[in-house]
Design a protein around this ligand. Structure first.
Ligand SMILES: [Zn+2]
Length: 252
């Protein structure tokens, strides 16, 4: 199989996981909204306990389940395709027990990123509840206010974007993990279509291959942050040259 076929397969599987995630997330956030509204009158009596209560609502709404499940299972679709891609590039790898331990650590870090989204959201909601506890607003004004605070929260706005970013970061982390002991050069690969950013298109079109330091320079470029579907793959230098890549650095 060709590399672009493998990556297309991988992208399809990941899109599938993202779609499932989005659906489950939407349901959880609807339940969260309902819980907040249903308990608002009770909650404004104890504004200082609202961080605790809101965390309970997150739990009850299924939000934590949704993100846990995404990280625990949704991310797992990558392994077979990564092994296949590395093998096309001339590097035979498999996953060992030690890898599994490292993979677990990578997953925990990713889960942490998700959990960090809830912290400013919890604080924001607590501020709102506190404000309403001191006001003479009507019930409907309070519930409407809480609803719009929630819709305007990081958790509401960015959970989907985070999932997108995490799923592509994860692919790269696993490739990096399997490449750390191998010798080779890095090539940049992934889709080139209407939504591909100019920076990524430029790097793709240059068809260069890179050493570790050049790779991390391009990888960290702000112009490819968030939702980038392109990855660096370690291949043998022979494979790179045979496939039209030239040694060098990217100038994009
Ligand atoms: Zn990209």
């Amino acid at each position: 199989m060709e590399l672009n076929e493998i990556f297309e397969n991988l992208n399809n599987k990941q899109d599938n996981q993202l779609n499932k995630f989005e659906l489950a997330l939407k349901k959880a956030l609807n339940r969260l909204n309902d819980l907040i509204i249903a308990n608002a009158l009770e909650d404004i009596k104890n504004p200082l306990e609202y961080d605790f209560k809101f965390n309970q609502y997150l739990q009850e709404s299924g939000y934590y389940n949704v993100i846990n499940n995404f990280v625990d299972n949704g991310l797992d679709v990558v392994y077979g395709d990564i092994v296949a891609a590395l093998s096309v590039g001339g590097l035979a790898v498999s996953f060992s027990k030690e890898d599994i331990t490292k993979i677990e650590a990578i997953k925990r870090l990713n889960l942490q990123k998700f959990n960090d989204l809830s912290v400013p959201t919890i604080n924001k909601m607590k501020d709102s509840i506190y404000k309403y506890s001191l006001s003479n607003l009507s019930v409907s004004d309070i519930t409407n206010g809480l609803r719009s605070s929630l819709v305007d929260s990081d958790l509401f706005k960015y959970s989907g974007t985070y999932a997108n970013t995490i799923i592509s970061d994860y692919t790269q982390s696993i490739i990096d993990l399997k490449s750390s002991e191998a010798d080779g050069v890095w090539i940049y690969d992934g889709p080139s279509d209407k939504v591909t950013r100019p920076f990524c298109n430029c790097v793709l079109n240059q068809k260069k291959y890179y050493d570790d330091s050049e790779k991390s320079k391009i990888q960290g470029d702000k112009r490819r942050a968030y939702n980038c579907r392109h990855i660096f793959l370690l291949v043998t230098e022979e494979y790179a040259i045979d496939n039209g890549y030239a040694s060098g650095s990217a100038s994009c």
